[in-house]
Design a protein around this ligand. Structure first.
Ligand SMILES: [Zn+2]
Ligand SMILES: [Zn+2]
Length: 275
């Protein structure tokens, strides 16, 4: 089934989340942006088809307007080259992404960190966040809606909170439960890496972030990038939802494939009718 692109619609599709591959397609005002490509083109197309989305467009039009990887770890970057080749679409790279092969062989557009730029009619903002590879959180906005993506975050920063506060909905990582990580199967070095300031957010850190965002524009949080070994969807959801009672919090178990509801929350519309 093909769903026509409606200029007024804003859609987002999770095509994978977690260490086995991350990818999110954002589609608005006729523009399609693929945030992260931790999957190959065949899997991407099959998962989109399962969600009722086809990548075909008319002659001379790109199926995807841009691939925007957040960083060069394999679970976000492993499929960039194959997808760029298969779909002939440009790749937007920030200066911290180590990808000499892609810079040499593909259409690369350098993207500045901390400054908003356009992809088609959409506004894209990248904010540097702490991780053990140069990593950005992203905000993608149409005239009507804005979505944030923040995975692979070692610790909270003011810049990240500010970026997410101006989104309607955000995919935010709740990677691990601190207790499960401490007593889980990972060797000490890996535990220290995951739980350290350049690793990933724990459920409690994400809960702290959600609590800070109560009262902002952000009304919907989708918890993603959950560890299969050191977390459960129930723990992540309970920890974060209890810290942000007025927010609509839901959880994407490892490997989820689904459409996200990115509508602006009713409470925000009521609070600020003229925005
Ligand atoms: Zn990473
Ligand atoms: Zn990752």
């Amino acid at each position: 089934m093909t769903i026509a692109t409606n200029a007024a619609s804003f859609r987002a599709f999770v095509l994978g989340t977690g260490s086995s591959g991350n990818s999110l397609l954002v589609e608005a005002e006729g523009v399609r942006i693929l945030v992260d490509a931790g999957l190959g083109p065949r899997v991407l197309e099959a998962r989109l088809a399962a969600l009722g989305v086809t990548l075909d467009r008319g002659p001379g039009q790109l199926a995807i307007d841009a691939i925007v990887p957040t960083h060069h770890h394999g679970d976000h970057f492993g499929g960039v080259e194959k997808i760029a080749r298969a779909l002939r679409c440009p790749v937007y790279l920030h200066p911290g992404v180590e990808a000499p092969r892609i810079r040499a062989r593909f259409e690369v557009r350098e993207m500045a960190i901390g400054r908003t730029f356009k992809i088609g009619s959409l506004d894209v903002t990248a904010e540097l966040v702490p991780h053990d590879a140069p990593q950005v959180a992203l905000r993608i906005a149409s005239r009507e809606h804005a979505i944030g993506v923040a995975t692979d975050v070692g610790r909270l920063t003011q810049g990240l909170t500010a970026l997410l506060a101006s989104c309607d909905a955000a995919l935010i990582e709740a990677n691990h439960c601190t207790e499960m990580l401490a007593f889980g199967p990972y060797p000490m070095r890996l535990r220290q890496r995951v739980g350290g300031g350049l690793g990933h957010l724990s459920n409690s850190q994400t809960a702290e972030l959600a609590a800070k965002l109560v009262g902002s524009r952000l009304g919907r949080i989708f918890l993603g990038h959950l560890s299969r070994s050191n977390n459960t969807p129930e723990r992540a959801l309970e920890t974060v939802a209890s810290a942000a009672p007025r927010m609509d919090v839901s959880v994407l178990p490892h490997g989820s494939v689904c459409a996200l509801d990115v509508r602006r929350s009713k409470s925000f519309q009521l609070a600020l009718p003229f925005d």
